[in-house]
Design a protein around this ligand. Structure first.
Ligand SMILES: NC(=O)c1ccc[n+]([C@@H]2O[C@H](COP(=O)([O-])OP(=O)(O)OC[C@H]3O[C@@H](n4cnc5c(N)ncnc54)[C@H](O)[C@@H]3O)[C@@H](O)[C@H]2O)c1
Length: 424
């Protein structure tokens, strides 16, 4: 994929140097894990800090036993396992087998190899649906019932209605299922949550600005709405999710959006790293999406996503307002900094969080919940499948509101030009 960050990316910088990760191994027996997907999010990339296998290694040390990697790309899976044989984690991969499908794994699985958690790190087009080939969660529920799942974001790319059916099935099966909205696990985010709870604050508004460095996004499907669903569903999903995390459910009927599109004069981008002319015009992504909505609580939210910056660094800020309070989270992906302004004071307190690794915390919390077997601890999984479906639905509502605005604009322009012609 070259040296540029992948599409969903955040930035090509890490929270900290993941190569320095040691082990927090707690006492206990082997902890079996199944990886589904042998790609970047599971085994890492030079392009970002995500690498779930490293976080499992740090959490479990030699107790980690990766029983298998399921991926139709057998060569990629084998290479990933082979690469581990040169690391201090090699013992965790000595018995790892490779399978093309979940069914093949389940058929061959010995009871001693039963996973205690299944990490689903495949692109969203293959999951979150009830259609064959796009229904990985259903495959897991059918062939490996009862085993907790950790699924990456966003939960799907297909119709929300199908994802809600999957969610119901997961709920009905009683399968514990977390989703990779890792920003919820940032120390800064948890600090904000704590203060809001301690002071019983009512959130009045959330404001998010997410400016991506488009020049760095060289994965062609990111630029094609028919494949990656567009930057709100695929990328701004993280901050849409944070908005819900702080202000609660969105009244979806109130979602409005305006877009600046590729065919409008200010929408021209000079440094697109792919050949956009190969993408059907209707599938090209907006350069700017500006959205507002009401939460069910009455609070107001807004989000502006911009595919506008060059270079590699993104610019991202997330604000939460309550009576007398402003919480401003700056640069959450690279160097999270939290500014807090409190009642009766004009001064902003500033907090930084050295070496905070939310990818580790989300894995660590999930493993602890499984090991404890204590249902009360499940609240330490901050993003559940059912909850993540609401973020998915919300991001679709923003995309569709933007598309409606564009359609109206185009219809009006056509009508005006026809009027012009007939009056000549
Ligand atoms: N939370 C984050 O910050 C973060 C970071 C990176 C990626 N992600 C998410 O992780 C997911 C995967 O991204 P990636 O970069 O690892 O993709 P990738 O393309 O690098 O790898 C995906 C792998 O999944 C395999 N695969 C496809 N269909 C499969 C199936 N049915 N069963 C098993 N394996 C299958 C592919 O062969 C490929 O090896 C995406 O949803 C992405 O948004 C999240």
């Amino acid at each position: 994929m070259g040296s540029r960050p992948p599409a969903y990316a955040i930035q090509a910088r890490s929270f900290h140097d993941v190569s320095q990760i040691g082990s927090d191994e707690a006492p206990g027996g082997d902890f079996n894990v199944l990886f589904i997907g042998a790609g970047n999010v599971v085994f890492g990339t030079t392009e970002g800090p995500w690498n779930h296998s490293l976080r499992f290694e740090r959490k479990l040390g030699d107790r980690l036993k990766v029983v298998a990697v399921v991926d139709p790309d057998i060569t990629r899976a084998k290479k990933a396992i082979e690469a581990k044989s040169n690391t201090s984690a090699k013992v965790s991969y000595e018995q790892t087998k490779v399978f093309r499908t979940v069914e093949e794994f389940a058929t061959a699985m010995l009871s001693k190899d039963t996973p205690r958690i299944i990490l689903v790190g495949v692109p969203p087009a293959f999951r979150g649906s009830t259609l064959p080939g796009h229904n990985l969660e259903q495959q897991v529920l059918k062939h490996l019932p009862g085993i907790p799942m950790f699924v990456e974001k966003p939960v799907a790319t297909g119709p929300v209605s199908r994802t809600l059916v999957v969610s119901q099935e997961i709920g009905k099966a009683g399968t514990l299922c977390g989703v990779g909205y890792m920003l919820r696990y940032l120390q800064a985010v948890q600090k904000m949550k704590r203060i809001i709870k301690e002071h019983d604050l009512r959130v009045m508004a959330t404001i998010t600005r997410y400016a991506a460095a488009y020049e760095s996004i060289s994965v062609d499907h990111w630029w094609d709405k028919s494949r990656s669903c567009g930057p709100i569903i695929e990328q701004a999903t993280h901050v849409a999710d944070l908005s819900r995390y702080f202000a609660g459910e969105v009244d979806l009927k109130t979602v409005r959006a305006q877009t600046l599109d590729w065919d409008e004069e200010p929408g021209f981008l000079s440094e697109i790293p792919i050949n956009e002319s190969k993408i059907k015009e209707d599938n090209r992504i907006p350069r700017v999406t500006a959205s507002t909505w009401k939460y069910q609580s009455g609070a107001v939210g807004s989000l502006i996503h911009l595919a506008v910056l060059q270079g590699t660094d993104y610019s991202c800020e997330f604000e939460v307002y309550a009576d007398g309070y402003l919480f401003k989270l700056v640069n959450p992906y690279v160097k999270p900094t939290l500014y807090i302004r409190r009642p009766g004071n004009d001064i902003e307190e500033v907090y930084t969080f050295a070496d905070d690794d939310p990818f580790y915390t989300e894995v660590s919390n999930f493993v602890d919940v499984i090991e404890s077997g204590d249902k009360r601890k499940e609240s330490n999984i901050f993003s559940t499948y059912a909850d993540a479906c609401k973020t998915y639905e919300f991001t679709w509502a923003i995309r569709e509101a933007g598309e409606r605005s564009r359609a109206k604009r185009k219809a009006r322009a056509l009508w005006e030009s026809e009027l012009d012609e007939s009056s000549r």
